[in-house]
Design a protein around this ligand. Structure first.
Ligand code: ADP
Ligand code: MG
Length: 243
């Protein structure tokens, strides 16, 4: 579903991604872990071209993109396959919960209001937020807002769900309700890539875990391997500090 080859990213003099190669199979859940500043966000943002790669290529399903001048049309095509959930929920403050979810369905996917509302309620139900359909973001807790943001992304029915530290802006007591929602999604067919500092969650939910350090993939393996018998000393050192 995802194939990344020789991906590099530089910001001015800063070489952030130094040759990234991996693939993700359909329906797989991949967790990306690694120290702060190692390039996790840059990598996941390259996957939907929020950042433009300096070198290499990315393929998401049948849409292939090479570094260089990337057309708006290509960016649009790739984004149709991907949905992104951010650390800061980014809901529209002037729209209700349901309007936040239906907006893309109506304006981008050209669905009727009735159809969009029906689908929107389906996804709000999925994240346990149907009862708050008429509330505004400011009336919701951070955990509730993030659940709405997840519903909004899922409603677009992307082939690939990307999440960049979806729980790190939350108060500790709100983290679990969001992880619970993500856990349920991960068990479904959607291909998911999630950057997370919640190592125990990654261990429990991911099919494979990618450890990144210094802009390189140090190790990419099933959680049992990464967490119980890491092959690389850098992985072991990182886990010993954070687990
Ligand atoms: P992580 O998500 O693993 O904490 P990031 O991908 O955010 O790491 O950042 C990796 C490196 O890239 C850091 O050194 C950061 O300062 C740099 N970086 C990230 N975004 C930008 C940007 N827009 N411009 C310049 N440097 C950036
Ligand atoms: Mg980051």
């Amino acid at each position: 579903m995802i194939e990344v080859s020789r991906l590099e990213k530089r910001y001015a003099g800063n070489h952030v991604l130094k040759g990234i190669d991996f693939h993700v199979r359909q329906s797989e859940t991949v967790a990306i872990i690694g120290p702060s500043g190692s390039g996790k966000s840059t990598l996941i943002r390259c996957l939907n071209l929020l950042e433009q790669p300096s070198a290499g290529s990315i393929r998401i399903e049948h849409q292939q993109v090479h570094a260089g001048a990337i057309s708006k049309k290509t960016i649009h095509a790739l984004r149709q396959h991907t949905g992104m959930v951010f650390q800061a929920f980014n809901l529209f403050p002037h729209l209700t919960t349901l309007e936040n979810v239906t907006q893309g369905l109506i304006t981008v996917q050209r669905k009727s209001r009735t159809q969009a509302q029906e689908e929107g309620m389906h996804f709000l139900t999925k994240v346990g937020m149907a009862a708050k359909a008429q509330s505004y973001p400011a009336q919701l807790s951070g955990g509730q807002q993030q659940r709405v943001a997840i519903a909004r992304t899922l409603a677009m029915q992307p082939k690939v769900l990307l999440m960049d530290e979806p729980t790190s802006a939350l108060d500790p007591e709100l983290v679990q309700e969001v992880l619970q929602v993500i856990r349920a999604i991960a068990q479904e067919a959607i291909t998911t890539v999630i950057v997370t500092h919640e190592l125990r969650f990654a261990q429990e939910v991911a099919d494979r875990v990618m450890f990144i350090d210094g802009g390189k993939i140090i190790e990419f393996a099933p959680p049992a391997e990464i967490f119980q018998r890491p092959k690389q000393p850098r992985t072991a050192l990182f886990l010993s500090k954070y687990l």
